[in-house]
Design a protein around this ligand. Structure first.
Ligand code: MF3
Ligand code: CO
Ligand code: CO
Length: 276
C-alpha cells in the first residue's frame, strides 16, 4: 500500500507491532533454552535438533529451514545457524563437537502468526582465551551502541558509524558482506542495515520501522568467504568472529527491543565487561 511506504520501508501497524513482540519474545526464550544446553562436547547438530523441537513446541516455524536467501540458490538445510570461532555467520549445524575455549553464535529466527523474530548471541564454551573474550565483548557492545542510536529522526548511518567507531577503537573490524535488515512478514526486507558508515547518512528512522541490528565483528580483517556448502561464511584470514542480534522497533521516543530475553544468558553474559 503506497501510503505506508517510506523509501520502500514498511511502517508496521500497532497490530503488526504486537505480533512482532510475540514472535520476538518467543525467539528470545528459545535463545535462553540454547544457553542451558551449551557445554563442551555438545554437537551443533544437537543445538539444531533442540531448536527445531523447541520452535515447533511453541507452535512456531523455524524460518531458516529451506530458506533461499536473496540471490542464493541452495536452500538452507537446518533450523538454526551455529557459527563457531572463525565462522562469521550462517554456520550449518553438523557433527562438530564444541570444545573448551570455542565461541559459538547461535542465530534463531521463528515465524509465528505470519511474522518473523530474529535474534542471536555468541556463547562461550568453557573458559575463553583473551582474544575470544575481546571479540565477543566488543560485538556485544557494538549491538548495544547500535541500538542506542535508534530514535525517530536518526539515520541508518548513525547506527553504522557508532558500531564501526567502537569496533575499530578496539582494533577489531566490521564485516561488510552481511548486514542487518528490515523484518516482518518477510525474513529479510528493506532497509539494509549496515554496521559501518557515516553519521547523518542514509534513511531517516521513523516510528513503526522494524529492523535487525546484528554486527559481525572480526578480530582480524573484515573480509569473508563462503564455503562450498553455499552458506557457511568464514573470515578470509581465519581470525575469530563474533555476533549479537536483536530485532528492534523504532518507537515515538527511541527503540524497543522486540527480542527481549526473560533472563540473562549464563554462557554469554558471565564474561561481559560490565554487569548488565
Ligand atoms: N538469521 C540470519 C539473519 O540474521 C539469516 C539466516 S538465513 C539462513 O539474517 F538461511 F541461513 F538461515
Ligand atoms: Co537477521
Ligand atoms: Co539472525
Amino acid at each position: 500500500m503506497l501510503w505506508r511506504a517510506t523509501s520502500g520501508i514498511e511502517l508496521k501497524t500497532p497490530a503488526e507491532v504486537e505480533a512482532m513482540r510475540v514472535v520476538g519474545r518467543m525467539a528470545g526464550e528459545s535463545l535462553c533454552m540454547v544457553d542451558d544446553l551449551i557445554r563442551p562436547g555438545l554437537t551443533t547438530d544437537e543445538i539444531d535438533a533442540a531448536v527445531h523441537e523447541d520452535t515447533l513446541r511453541r507452535g512456531a516455524i523455524p524460518a531458516p529451514l529451506h530458506y533461499v536467501g536473496t540471490g542464493g540458490t541452495v536452500p538452507y538445510p537446518r533450523s538454526v545457524c551455529t557459527s563457531v570461532n572463525e565462522v562469521v555467520c550462517h554456520g550449518v549445524p553438523g557433527p562438530r563437537r564444541l570444545a573448551p575455549g570455542d565461541i559459538v553464535n547461535v542465530d534463531i529466527t521463528h515465524i509465528f502468526d505470519g511474522f518473523h523474530g530474529d535474534t542471536s548471541a555468541t556463547f562461550y564454551v568453557g573458559e575463553p582465551s583473551p582474544e575470544a573474550r575481546l571479540v565477543t565483548e566488543v560485538a556485544r557492545l557494538c549491538l548495544d551502541a547500535g541500538v542506542a542510536q535508534v530514535r525517530p529522526g536518526a539515520r541508518l548511518g548513525d547506527i553504522g558509524a557508532a558500531i564501526q567507531e567502537l569496533a575499530e577503537s578496539w582494533g577489531c573490524s566490521v564485516v561488510r558482506d552481511f548486514v542487518g535488515h528490515g523484518i516482518g512478514r518477510r525474513f529479510h526486507e528493506e532497509p539494509k542495515v549496515e554496521h559501518y558508515g557515516a553519521r547523518g547518512r542514509g534513511v531517516r528512522l521513523r516510528p513503526g520501522m522494524i529492523f535487525t541490528i546484528e554486527p559481525m565483528i572480526n578480530l582480524g580483517g573484515h573480509r569473508t568467504r563462503v564455503l562450498d556448502d553455499g552458506w557457511t561464511a568464514v573470515t578470509a584470514d581465519g581470525s575469530l568472529s563474533a555476533q549479537f542480534e536483536h530485532t528492534v522497533l523504532v518507537t515515538s521516543t527511541g527503540a524497543e527491543i522486540l527480542t527481549q530475553r526473560p533472563r540473562a544468558l549464563r554462557n554469554s553474559e558471565r564474561f561481559a565487561a560490565q554487569p548488565r
